[in-house]
Design a protein around this ligand. Sequence first.
Ligand code: ADP
Length: 447
Amino acid sequence: MFNRILIANRGEIALRIIRACRELGIECVCVYSTADAGAPYLQYADRSVCIGPGPANKSYLDIARIISAAEQSGADAIHPGYGFLSENAHFAEVCGDCGIEFIGPSPEAMGKLGDKIEAKKLAREAKVPVFPGSEDAVETEDEAIAEADKIGYPVIIKAAAGGGGRGMRIARTKEELISGVSRASQEAEAAFGNGAVYIEKFLEAARHVEVQVIGDKHGSAVHLFERDCSIQRRHQKLIEEAPAPGLDQRRKDDVCKRAAALIRKAKYHGAATVEFLVDEKQNFYMLEVNTRLQVEHPVTEMITGVDIVKTMIRVAAGEPLPFKQRDIKRNGHAMECRINAEDPDRNFMPSPGEIERFDPPGGPGVRMDTHCVAGYRVPPNYDSMIGKLIVHDDDRNACMNRMARALQELKVEPIATTTPLQLRLMSNAAFRKGGVDIHFLERLLKS
Ligand code: ADP
């Protein structure tokens, strides 16, 4: 097992990893930028090291500074959290070259599954359902037209190296396709240094369902069931839950098994999420594989009792998975609200600044993952998530009642947060019923 882990992240996820380290008896070192200097969560680490100024490219994204902090502090492993360098295969490689274990997949497995065209090829081999569409990058106009005719319009043009919703374009006609392919390719080249694009069927209404998987270095991979993350705004998830409501159990189980098989096939170790869109007929189509810990991992922890962060650390240290597939049981229902410092009444404008009052909720089945306390100043430099409120109960209905109660207890003042919107959603008839699609929230906000 590791002696000392460096956490290459900030905020709530840094604290989540600190907690896992402490419970495992591993020392942890936190890095921070000057914008996070003095943040209360840093006191829980054994040591913290300033790695640069506020802008992320000069601190949390600066590989040289992070590696030198790890070397100076004698860390033998780095946990990247999510975002920042977590899906950067070059960073994983540099860690390896410096004799520091990257807590995540090998750079090869990350590279393979992080490239959407490659991931889709592997998925086909593992019999994971994918969207109808091109098997390779489309290179010429004629190729694109022939492919789109085969699939049928509308189609979506996507960058192999895409991420964060960038480098995508919908084409409803041949004309849109022709201009879209060259533009998407140019954009992808500029943004990701890789201009490869492919096309697939575009689904108008769909739900977002994803499967949590974890693999070890001994060829074993287990799934931890699925999550539904259809409550989104501009591709940003706002509420997640597990299990996914209103879907046929056998179909879900089948997709979960195949997702685990895909991870095994990629010789992948660590946590991964296989994301799908699901149409009205409950057909699953793989979107992509996220090769990191997800923000929404706690809902899976709540229904399975598996500590995903500790398990990631164990498998990175070479231990075999401590459970087999048949040991993983689902229990009850869990839901997470991402609490963002944004004003839903003012088009989700970020609302950084000092939090004067901070009362987290408590009571049975309530978990609040946050780095905030009263007196904490939310810096304007990073994403606006200030915490995650997760609740668990016997069934979905009870879980939503509990979430409403917990949201009412949560007091964050005077900055604006997404809480009032999430509270309204808990009594929205369509969401209560379950099975809303990924455009539901934006439709609701418009009306
Ligand atoms: P990124 O890596 O940029 O997040 P994804 O492949 O995960 O890209 O897609 C992001 C979002 O774009 C999805 O959550 C979905 O809303 C939409 N999308 C992507 N592919 C399709 C598709 N084939 N049909 C409909 N919507 C899609």
